[in-house]
Design a binder for this molecule. Structure first.
Ligand code: GLP
Length: 239
């Protein structure tokens, strides 16, 4: 795992963009994309750049069950607002949160990922070490699946909703196994509240209790953290 410590999230977003731009210039065609507040500075760099994305495919990690794509809290909406409206991709996949058949949708999503192997996967991390919505205890070998969100995550995500009751209780989400198949992984984390999860992911044991720890077994992972998120790490990681 390569760890890059930046001063703040602005620098972190610029660093992440450098990596994506370089990979795209070197032939990357399929990007695995993420939502949340963390990737916003990266997406700003995308939209301010003259990078052409019209030949790229994007595959997003997850979507809430029960939210329509035009719901401002849906991840469809988030991606359009922060990236796709300004930087259209050739094709952008986000799981269908309104599906009547969740199992079939998950199977189709696995097939989409199989047909379009992900060159670079972007990740954020939850305070409890979750990646996408793969909560602690999720099997490492799982593909796209429906997730019942933990109280912890519902609380954390309630800041985007008018109140906690409005936060959907489940989501469709790429599994740890899908994420591990990406050729390259870039994980970003900013702020003190991510410091413990970052430490456990990098220095702790590989355990399903900390889903992000599986990345220790991936051959090409770059972690971009600001100083606050890096504060618990051993000095050897602080460049
Ligand atoms: C959600 C998303 C994750 C994201 C996490 C952290 O649970 N499903 O993909 O990494 O939140 O969000 P934030 O970047 O806002 O801290």
């Amino acid at each position: 795992m390569k760890v890059i410590v930046t001063e703040n999230k602005i620098q972190g977003g610029a660093k992440a963009f450098e990596i994506f731009e370089n990979e795209i210039k070197n032939g990357a065609k399929v990007l695995g994309l993420a939502t949340g507040s963390t990737p916003e500075t990266l997406y700003q760099n995308f939209t301010n750049s003259d990078l052409n994305c019209s030949n790229l495919i994007s595959i997003n990690l997850d979507e809430y069950v029960g939210l329509t794509p035009d719901n401002p809290q849906s991840y469809h909406y988030f991606m359009r607002k922060h990236l796709f409206d300004k930087k259209p991709f050739k094709k952008s996949y986000v799981p269908d949160g309104m599906t009547k058949d969740v199992a079939a949708t998950c199977k189709e999503y696995d097939q989409i990922i199989k047909d379009n192997p992900i060159d670079v996967q972007l990740l954020g991390i939850g305070c409890n070490g979750h990646i996408a919505f793969n909560e602690p205890g999720t099997p490492f070998d799982i593909g796209t699946h429906e997730v019942k969100l933990t109280e912890n995550t519902i609380k954390a995500n309630s800041r985007f909703f008018d109140n906690e009751d409005e936060v959907p209780k489940s989501a469709i989400c790429m599994g740890n196994a899908n994420i591990m198949q990406a050729k390259k992984v870039v994980l970003m984390a900013f702020g003190e509240k991510k410091a413990q999860a970052i430490k456990e992911m990098i220095e702790g044991p590989v355990t399903e209790q900390v889903p992000a720890s599986i990345l220790q077994k991936h051959p090409d992972v770059t972690i971009i953290v600001d100083k606050a998120a890096a504060q618990e790490l051993d000095d050897k990681y602080k460049n």
